[in-house]
Each structure stands twice: as structure tokens, then as C-alpha cells.
Design a protein around this ligand. Structure first.
Ligand code: SF4
Length: 186
């Protein structure tokens, strides 16, 4: 299993998560140092986890709602999670018009009203990253498909719910800083 092999080669400990597409036995057989069934269990292994703020119940999504995951809220209450909303940190309001990535090179993000919000997304990602670095975050759990936090697929820019390969702005920045990102859907 590639990620576990990479961890072994780099002389690093590895954590397998059973909510992905591999089961516990397969992860254990592949040599994972730890296998967890719930996000909060990661907190017992690593020092500080970065989390999308909407996953701990902050009403910061574009529609003014949240994507609460109770296990992550519990971790937050225990002080083992640092949460950020890059879009709000970039100065965008809540609620706000939905936005999607139109192009990666050069980066262009627009709302469904064709307003260019690239600057706000980049600014928010930089601010969120400075918080992660200050807390020495090594692992993050993000909301799937967000143009900021999403990792395994983003919307194609047509606001028609069509998915394409790609990462959100902040998720990409995390990867560039060596932060391992796990996705969480609701
Ligand atoms: Fe949640 Fe991230 Fe979107 Fe903020 S930017 S609402 S934290 S997914």
C-alpha cells in the first residue's frame, strides 16, 4: 500500500483510517503503525490536528450552515484540534455566494455571479497556514470538495455539481508544507 510504504521508507510512523477504502485488517497487514476507526482517535496519537471549522460545528459554510462531525467537536473541546475557515479568514462573508475554481494555472476562483474571489481565497489560505504552522500541525481533516479545503476532487467551475480531479487552495498549500490531509464527508 503506497502511503504505508512511503512512511516505512521515510522511517515515519503511519496511521491507517478505516473510513477510507481499506478495512482494518488490510491496513494492519500492510504494516500501519496505528489504525483508527474515528477521527478523534488520531488525537490520541498525534499532538495537534488541523480541522475545517465547519466540521466542528462553526456556521461558516457559504450557506451559513455547518458540517458538524461530533467526534471532531469532542476533540476540539479537549483542546486537541485547531480549526480554521480559510474563506472567512480571507474576508468573505457568511453566508456568501458559492465559488468554484475556474483555473489552476493561473489560479482563478469566481463566485456563481462571476465575481473574482481569488485574492480572498489566497489570503485566507495564507492566514490559516500561519495558524497551522504556529501549532505544529502535521495532520489535518478537511471537508471534502471545498474549493479551499477539498482534496480528492473539486467542482469543475460550472456550478453544475460536476466533479473533476483537483485540490482546494488551502489543501494544496497544506500538502506543500508536508501536512497529511484526510477528507471527511457529511
Ligand atoms: Fe468549511 Fe473549509 Fe469551506 Fe470554511 S472553507 S466552510 S472550513 S470547507
Amino acid at each position: 500500500m503506497l502511503i504505508l510504504d512511503t512512511g516505512y521508507q521515510a522511517d515515519m510512523e503511519t496511521i491507517g483510517v478505516t473510513w477510507g477504502f481499506r478495512g482494518r485488517k488490510e491496513l494492519e497487514d500492510a504494516g500501519a503503525n496505528f489504525v483508527v476507526d474515528e477521527p478523534f482517535e488520531i488525537g490520541e496519537i498525534v499532538l495537534m490536528i488541523g480541522v475545517s471549522a465547519c466540521l466542528i460545528g462553526e456556521n461558516c459554510t457559504y450557506s451559513g450552515k455547518n458540517n458538524l462531525v461530533l467526534g471532531l467537536k469532542r476533540l476540539y473541546e479537549l483542546g486537541e484540534v485547531v480549526c480554521v475557515c480559510p474563506e472567512v479568514m480571507g474576508g468573505l462573508s457568511t453566508p456568501r455566494n458559492p465559488a468554484e475554481i475556474q483555473s489552476v494555472e493561473p489560479l482563478l476562483i469566481t463566485t456563481n455571479q462571476q465575481v473574482d474571489v481569488t485574492k480572498e481565497y489566497l489570503e485566507g489560505a495564507k492566514k490559516a497556514m500561519s495558524i497551522f504552522l504556529a501549532h505544529d500541525v502535521k495532520v489535518a481533516i478537511f471537508k471534502i470538495r471545498s474549493p479551499s479545503c477539498g482534496c480528492d476532487g473539486i467542482y469543475d467551475g460550472t456550478f453544475s455539481h460536476k466533479l473533476i480531479d483537483g485540490q482546494g487552495v488551502f489543501a494544496k498549500m497544506c500538502e506543500e508544507h508536508g501536512i497529511k490531509v484526510f477528507m471527511r464527508n457529511k
